[in-house]
Design a protein around this ligand. Sequence first.
Ligand SMILES: NC(=O)c1ccc[n+]([C@@H]2O[C@H](COP(=O)([O-])OP(=O)(O)OC[C@H]3O[C@@H](n4cnc5c(N)ncnc54)[C@H](O)[C@@H]3O)[C@@H](O)[C@H]2O)c1
Length: 469
Amino acid sequence: MNDAYLNFVNSPFGARLAGSLGLPKPEVLRRYHADRPEFEGLVAVGAGPQPRILDALAGMIARTGMTGVAHESAGLWIALAHRHGLMTGRFEPVERGSTQGRMSALLFDATGIEDVTQFDSLYAFFHDALRSLGKCGRIVVFGRPPQGCANPRQWTAQRALEGFTRSLGKEARRGITSNLIYVAPGAEALAETTVRFLLSPRSAYVSGLAVHIDTVTRALPDFDWKRPLAGRRALVTGAARGIGASIAGVLAAEGAHVIGVDIPSAKDALDHTMRELNGTPLAFDIAAPETPAQLAAALDENGIDIIVHNAGITKDKTIAKMTETAWHSVIDINLAAQERIDDALLEAGTLRHGGRIIGVSSISGIAGNPGQSNYATSKAGVIGRVQGMASLLGERQITINAVAPGFIETQMTAKIPFAIREAGRRMNSMSQGGQPVDVAQTIAWLAHPGSAGVTGQVVRVCGQSLIGA
Ligand SMILES: NC(=O)c1ccc[n+]([C@@H]2O[C@H](COP(=O)([O-])OP(=O)(O)OC[C@H]3O[C@@H](n4cnc5c(N)ncnc54)[C@H](O)[C@@H]3O)[C@@H](O)[C@H]2O)c1
């Protein structure tokens, strides 16, 4: 859907008018395009005491082709960068008002911070560097998972990084995202897909995230960074239109064979979407009792590597006015059908070892929403499934995660009354709604064979919405 205000304030006349009236000016977000460089420009690197991820990070930055420049807090960086064959230099702040030499990203290694008296370099780095970050720039802070810390002081300091990182996202504006990666000791090399995702334009609408990277027991399979899902088969429900069609498109572009499911009445749209992607359409109602067995039978011969539970509906009414049918159908389609399908595919061994399950939740499931008790229950349940199943599935090296979109421009949100729709669109750090592709790219990161260390997590795709934050 079209955001007329965003288009207007980014026109020459609209920009002047918005400037003189002091109106907010949402940035046109830089998104991924296959024909434009994904990574480019300068990355400024800062660090606290005893940084533990700088070495792995130097290798990752070298592989993206970006140039890393060292802030004075990261004295080690220059030597590490040379070791990884990475172009480097010293960080120089950019003059106020100048667009020359602006940073594409600011990275800070806080993994070695052991108590709250050690925040000085965190302050100094961002105090010195934030103004030098360009439009749609990236902030990534690295910490250690608080739950794994040796003592309460370290836990306190590491947990404090969440408030810091989220505040920077709210302050920075200009399409800049700010995220935190908690890397477990020994999982440094497993952070690469996440670092790339958060540096890339693919994560345009993901900000305020605190993601955990865990160690895994099995070596990662080989993959090609350009087509990481080549040879993999992905089932996407609700694939005929909206976010589901975009998920199917992005997974196919990453090399997956997509099997798209949607209700029989959406068969024509589903066939069309799948034809464009060389995918396979399956016109099934996911809520029908026979569907799980039929899906297991249809997928049995070749198995499946990725399941994306995207199909969902809303039937909004306050609880006193809600019919029993509206209550049941939303919970059944949005939640119980996922349980039945996963049970059938796991029992039959159709979802292979090393597989991925991704559920589409919603920030309504995190915050609750008036008139959406059925929907919010179902979407909070999606989060519960992820948290409850992660360790069980870990035995088969299968990861399970949820994405929680905020306001995304689709036919579903086009139905929302104007005033509520405008509020939903603007109440986030990007002052705009997200696009279906923002959810799809986030799912592709979680589906990536290199994302084995990310499981049991909920990733908000909401431009750092104020709702539920
Ligand atoms: N649009 C948003 O802002 C937003 C925000 C948060 C979460 N979500 C979630 O994202 C998902 C996709 O949303 P969307 O905006 O693209 O919605 P949409 O209505 O445009 O698309 C949903 C698709 O699911 C299909 N579907 C519905 N019931 C089905 C069933 N029983 N069996 C098979 N397919 C079925 C529909 O036919 C449709 O193609 C949903 O789970 C939704 O709850 C959307």
